[in-house]
Design a protein. Structure first.
Length: 108
């Protein structure tokens, strides 16, 4: 008995799968390049936001005093008013969906 109706037997399905694969292969690099091309103020915010999140995860009351002091110094330099900067950028780039989406990934 001959089997029919498989995906490979359906030219329409093969065309759809090829189209989907092409979209995925072409689309992902475009999205990645869009993030690399943020304006300088957004890039600076993202860098500081990432550092703030990292530093907050490092904090522990059982750390030696010199490590706590170093973390506090870095947190004060990078994280003071980070939420204010975020809100300012959100207002500035409210119409840019890619930037707005990136800014909204941070919770401070």
């Amino acid at each position: 008995m001959e089997e029919t109706g498989g995906v490979c037997d359906n030219p329409s399905m093969i065309t759809k799968m090829a189209f989907l694969l092409t979209c995925l292969l072409v689309g992902f690099p475009v999205i990645a390049r869009a993030e690399e091309q943020f304006p300088a103020d957004v890039t600076a915010f993202v860098r500081n936001a990432e550092i703030c999140q990292y530093l907050s995860g490092e904090w522990d009351s059982s750390l030696p005093e010199d490590r706590k002091d170093a973390l506090l110094k870095e947190m004060n330099a990078r994280c003071t008013n980070i939420h204010v900067v975020q809100e300012k950028l959100q207002r500035k780039y409210i119409k840019n969906k890619v930037i707005a989406s990136k800014l909204n990934t941070y919770q401070f």
